[in-house]
Design a protein around this ligand. Structure first.
Ligand code: ADP
Ligand code: MG
Length: 689
């Protein structure tokens, strides 16, 4: 039995047996403390509380049953393939036990004469009724049946269910887990204590009625809800604490004077949207605080986030501090650089430009400029070694979902604790935002600038290419420009490049009177720049591109996009790509070419992108299709993912956890710490990145 807080396997009795091997496996399941074992809950249950006579079990022949009998024969057969075959009989009948995969010790278990209990499904084999790979154990006659259902735990290769069960049973026998919620709260929420919930989930009573079993297996039972609430609460506490800790760190106060921003607004050919005005004000107010801002600016593709960024940059620069503006691709960074240089051209702001492709003298000169420039624009070269800022006040990260945690960390280490503004066009559905992003403040651009015409989306089978070409010609004749997006080939960059070259070749062939350019990730940056500049200037009619144009690219005269093999792209990628058109006043269209046969998932995605234009709705449905793990990209975000709570089913619990976390942190902070440690101990370093 393990004492509270003990490491698994560190008490004397089990120390010898618990090889480092076992500990390694437990660690893989994140089971290092007693609490971890208690919170490692069953996937499902098997009913071993009853024995079924073999003849009855054969007649029933549905679902898993438990039988008990004596082994009369056991041998290894070599044909048709090596397998272990044993005969089991009780007073009522007999059946065959068959194992295609087995360890040598199984032969000992199934020695003739042994009495054995087997759990499995019976099927009619060629030689009569049989169980394939039943769970077997030797018993003495009259060994009592268990009184509870048998839990089946998630495990890992080489760690037997029985070994894991035994460890968990040991943990359950220990002292109860301290309760972190008070009785009033539990009564109000109609939830059991944690101890009661955990016991019930590990050991549901035998003979529990069907309704209870159903609630347990669908995880709607109050015991499950208690566990899920606990898990969500730990997450909320952790994020809230990170949020508060930040308030203890000093950051420069950068109050708004507004002179530069006014000048910028005065030279724009359009008025700000109400949403932009609101976002600028929210961010501006944060910048005037003496602790570092961490705010997410969300807005659908084309909502005008860059301008918001430019306006808040004005506030920082005016206060005498520097702004670093980081974009995930060189093409996008360059676009921002050009746009901002144009917007700021009469404001006397020094702008530096940094990318990874700069070398030698040029690089040195740019790095020197970055030291003091008011605004530094670039790719993640901005956070590389050798780049230093004298007075970094604000970091803006565009398309932040494209950056990993490590990069965000590196950036923070560059200059004390600058304010941070993250921008994203991949909207985070509300429940995700409430849970995973609870430590961020969020501003939202919930309207597009006026005068945009909606993008018409068309789906076309690959075979209808001729019609598509005719349409392209028509658009170009009307003075518009076209993007042609090459198929995505995730497995191989070389193949992807080859496809891009081929696509460019046949389009040049098929449309000889058009000026056609090509841009892909392998081009030198000067080449990329030249192609993009030609497209922006209208010298190219059609731009063949890989997904390097996925984010941010802004050419208002481009009003048609063709995406080849659209079925290979993810939903947010399609939405981002499509967002490259519909940026001007011209009617825009997006043609999604696809090849049959479509997988069910691909069909579902294409249907969504065809029917929806609203990024939030698309994200919501994407979440539904993929589940939150993939959606948020656990590896990329570094977030420990939720094990039990389901952000779609348990929205009400997310809400409850939020308010509860606040209360707990104020009223009983030690309880909050205890609670967080219990669930996240050792797993949350990256959570605060
Ligand atoms: P995103 O939010 O996708 O980053 P951008 O910042 O690239 O969007 O803006 C899309 C386009 O809309 C740009 O051409 C930009 O200049 C323009 N734009 C931004 N704000 C407004 C506005 N208030 N009215 C009209 N056009 C605007
Ligand atoms: Mg953008």
């Amino acid at each position: 039995m393990l004492a509270h807080g003990d490491k698994v396997g560190s008490d004397k009795k089990t120390a010898r047996k618990t090889s480092s091997n076992l500990r390694e496996k437990l660690k893989r399941l994140h089971l290092t403390r007693r609490e971890d074992l208690l919170l490692h809950l069953p996937l499902r249950y098997e009913d071993e509380t009853r024995l079924t006579p073999i003849d009855e079990a054969i007649r029933q022949s549905a679902g898993s049953v438990q039988v008990e009998g004596d082994i009369s024969d056991c041998r290894i057969q070599l044909r048709p393939r090596r397998q272990l075959v044993a005969q089991l009989a009780d007073a009522s009948g007999a059946l065959t036990l068959r194992f295609i995969h087995f360890y040598p010790n199984l032969q000992a278990t199934l020695s003739p004469g042994n009495r054995v209990r087997c759990v499995g499904e019976i099927r009619q084999g060629f030689f009569g009724p049989e169980m394939v790979h039943p769970r077997c154990r030797v018993v003495l006659p009259d060994t009592p049946l268990p009184e509870a259902l048998t839990p089946v735990y998630p495990t890992t290769a080489g760690l037997a269910q029985s070994a894991l069960s035994k460890l968990i049973a040991g943990a359950l026998a220990g002292p109860p887990l301290a309760e972190t919620l008070d009785a009033d709260t539990l009564a109000r929420l109609r939830l059991p204590t944690l101890q009661a919930a955990i016991h019930l989930l590990h050991r549901p009573p035998a003979g529990a009625d069907a309704e209870i079993l159903e609630a347990l297996s669908t995880r709607r039972h109050p015991a499950w809800r208690r566990v899920k609430l606990d898990e969500l609460l730990a997450q909320q506490i952790s994020l809230r604490q990170a949020y508060r800790a930040r308030r203890g760190i000093g950051a420069p106060r950068l109050p708004a004077a507004g002179r530069l921003a006014e000048k910028l607004i005065a030279r724009l050919p359009f008025a700000l949207t109400a949403a932009q005005v609101r976002a600028v004000a929210e961010i501006g107010a944060d910048l005037a605080q003496p602790y570092p801002m961490q705010r997410l600016l969300q807005g659908d593709v084309g909502a005008g986030k860059t301008l918001v960024a430019a306006l808040v940059a004005c506030q920082v620069i005016e206060a005498g501090w520097q702004v670093a503006f980081m974009a995930p691709t060189e093409i996008l960074a360059e676009q921002h650089y050009l746009k901002l240089a144009e917007w700021f051209s009469t404001l006397e702001i020094e702008i530096a430009w940094l990318t990874g492709s700069q070398k030698g003298k040029q690089k040195q000169a740019q790095q020197a400029a970055a030291r003091t420039a008011g605004l530094v624009v670039g790719t993640h070269a901005l956070i590389q070694e050798g780049v230093n800022y004298e007075r970094l006040g604000l970091v803006i990260i565009d398309e932040q979902h494209r950056f990993g945690v490590q990069q965000r960390l590196a950036l923070r280490q560059k200059g004390g604790a600058p304010h941070q503004l993250m921008m994203s066009a991949t909207p985070i559905p509300r429940t995700l935002a409430m849970s995973y992003c609870a430590d961020l403040d969020v501003s939202e651009l919930d309207e597009l600038p006026p005068g945009r015409t909606p993008i018409r989306t068309r789906l076309a089978r690959d075979g209808r290419r001729d019609e598509v070409m005719a349409y392209v010609r028509k658009r170009v004749a009307a003075g518009r420009q076209v993007y042609w997006v090459c198929p995505l080939i995730e497995e191989s960059e070389t193949l992807q490049l080859q496809t891009a070259l081929e696509t460019h070749a046949w389009l040049t062939d098929a449309l000889p009177d058009l000026n056609i350019g090509l841009v892909h990730g392998r081009l030198k940056s000067a080449e990329k720049q030249a192609v993009m500049a030609a497209f922006v200037a209208g010298e190219l009619d059609l731009l063949v591109a890989t997904t390097v144009i996925e984010v941010g690219v802004d050419v208002p005269n481009a009003s048609l996009m063709v995406i080849e093999h659209a079925e290979r792209f993810g939903l947010s990628q399609l939405h981002q790509l499509r967002g490259r058109v519909g940026r001007g006043a011209h009617e825009s269209a997006c043609i999604l070419l696809y090849a049959d046969p479509l997988s069910q998932l691909a069909r579902a995605r294409l249907k969504i992108i065809f029917e929806q234009t609203d990024g939030f709705e698309i994200a919501r449905q994407d979440l539904h299709l993929r589940g939150p793990g993939e959606f948020i990209g656990s590896r990329q975000s570094g977030m420990p993912l939720l094990r039990y709570a389901d952000l779609e089913l348990d929205v009400d619990l997310v809400e409850t956890a939020r308010t509860l976390a606040e209360t707990l942190l104020i009223q009983t902070p030690e309880q909050a710490d205890l609670h967080r440690e219990r669930w996240l101990g050792g797993r949350e370093e990256l959570l605060k990145a």
